[in-house]
Write a protein that binds this ligand. Structure first.
Ligand code: FPP
Ligand code: MG
Ligand code: MG
Length: 436
């Protein structure tokens, strides 16, 4: 049976939890300092898409459709749980190197009415299934924790990216200063950590803690030395970030501040392949890690069996990568005004994302521009023209579709058909049609 309400808005399945999300977060982030309270609460006042909590809550419901007899996880020994089998190592043959920055979008999913519990928001939808097919209190808390961590990372991200707007308002760094934005982000992380530990599940603590580390590692992979970065000079003078290769080796610097040392010249195809490998690894860390690990944690908290837990993790990973690919696309296609944050920002920050890498594949002359972080007059314009000419955006979209379809297959492989599973599929599909 599909209630009418569901057909018009799949997210109504978790509207109660979404309506109380901000209120519950507010209860976790109070401090004795009024200004700190203003800064930590600031991004929660804007209309975020809240994709991460939506995923956790809908997945919780979908998992609760699995018969209870099949939800007794026996794993107790955490000592030998392999962490992140696929992504625990950096891509082969790559040497980590110097710094940079970046920007891209986040806001309201296409066609989905934002729930904003801090302001009035829509009337809570009384959901008859709430009592029977439960979202567990720990899963609800997990949804709140994940939104707190994400918000902390946005406060930091806007400092790193020198962004001046977020969610249609001045960004935290502009409204309050860099120092306060960074400290508020740290405070949110601190309180999120308290809440994680109170879930009393060591495996979940480990997953979510590590996702915080992953976010930072992803940002480091994206750091660039660019002229607009006031730390540029200091970093270069410090010298310790420049791992210069031995003079006998030919060196190739690919887009994202990595160098590949090759004993002989590397083919253009291999170079592109390596650049994509790097880009996807970075994308996993900076965006998909938090999503995939929170989906995994959601499944663990439901008591699901190992194969279900693994598929939920893969689902989150594929959704997360799809999400960032679309983010990187929108940076090329949507105006700042519409995004509510700076657009066309990646090139200005010196960052080559998927649309550029696709163009580079067809247009080898982009190589030097990517290497010098588009810092010469005309570089940004030439790259934009090449992205346009070689369909960089459309090719990125094709990639995003592949990840979306993999995500949907992950869900279908372990979850019984249900409204919540359908809602998750619709949510995954809406990533491709969003304009913010
Ligand atoms: C947005 O990316 C930013 C992220 C996905 C992660 C940012 C992570 C950090 C700054 C590391 C510090 C982390 C914590 C937990 C404090 P974007 O700049 O591409 O997107 P945007 O256009 O929304 O700015
Ligand atoms: Mg950024
Ligand atoms: Mg940014």
């Amino acid at each position: 049976v599909t209630p009418k309400m569901f057909l018009t808005n799949p997210l109504s399945l978790v509207s109660n939890e979404m309506n109380t999300l901000a209120k519950n977060i507010a209860l976790m982030i109070g401090s004795g300092h009024p200004v700190l309270n203003r800064v930590t609460g600031y991004y929660f006042e804007g209309e975020g898409k809240k994709v991460r909590p939506l995923l956790v809550l809908l997945l919780s419901r979908a998992l609760s459709e699995i018969p209870v007899e099949q939800r007794q996880r026996i794993k107790i020994d955490y000592s030998d749980v392999p962490e992140d089998p696929i992504y625990s190592k950096p891509p082969s043959a790559l040497l980590v190197e110097p710094p940079a920055r970046h920007i891209s979008p986040l806001s309201i999913l296409h066609g989905i009415k934002p729930l904003n519990p801090l302001t009035k928001g829509p009337e809570p939808f009384i959901n008859e299934f709430d009592e029977k097919r439960g979202i567990l209190p720990k899963q609800r808390r997990l949804a709140e924790i994940v939104e707190m961590i994400h918000t902390a990372s946005l406060l930091h991200d806007d400092v790193i990216d020198h962004s001046d707007t977020r969610r249609g308002r001045p960004s935290g760094n502009i409204a309050f200063t860099n120092k306060m934005a960074v400290l508020a982000g740290d405070f949110l992380l601190g309180r999120a950590t308290v809440a994680i530990s109170r879930l009393r599940n060591p495996e979940v603590v480990e997953l979510i803690s590590n996702s915080i580390a992953n976010l930072v590692e992803g940002e480091f992979m994206q750091l660039k030395n660019t002229a607009i970065d006031e730390d540029y000079k200091k970093i270069n003078n410090a010298g310790n970030l420049q791992q210069l290769p031995s003079p006998t080796e030919k060196t190739l610097t690919i887009g994202h501040s990595y160098r590949v040392n090759t004993p002989s010249a590397i083919s253009h195809d291999r170079m592109i392949e390596t650049a994509f490998e790097y880009y996807l690894h970075k994308t996993y860390l900076k965006t998909a890690a938090l999503i995939s690990k929170s989906c995994r944690a959601t499944a663990i908290l439901s008591g699901a069996e190992n194969n279900v837990v693994d598929e939920c993790y893969e689902f989150g990973k594929n959704v997360g990568i799809c999400f960032q690919l679309v983010d990187d696309m929108l940076d090329f296609t949507v105006s700042s005004k519409h995004l509510g944050k700076p657009s066309n920002a990646d090139l200005k920050l010196g960052i080559a994302t998927a649309p550029v890498l696709h163009a580079w594949k067809k247009d080898p002359s982009l190589g030097p521009l990517i290497q010098r972080n588009f810092n010469q007059p005309g570089d940004v314009e030439k790259t934009l023209a090449s992205v346009y000419k070689y369909d960089g955006v459309a090719k990125t979209r094709e990639m995003a579709i592949e990840y979306r379809d993999k995500a949907i297959a992950n869900l279908r492989s372990v979850l019984p058909p249900s409204e919540s599973r359908t809602a998750l599929e619709l949510l995954a599909k809406s990533i491709l049609t969003r304009r913010k």
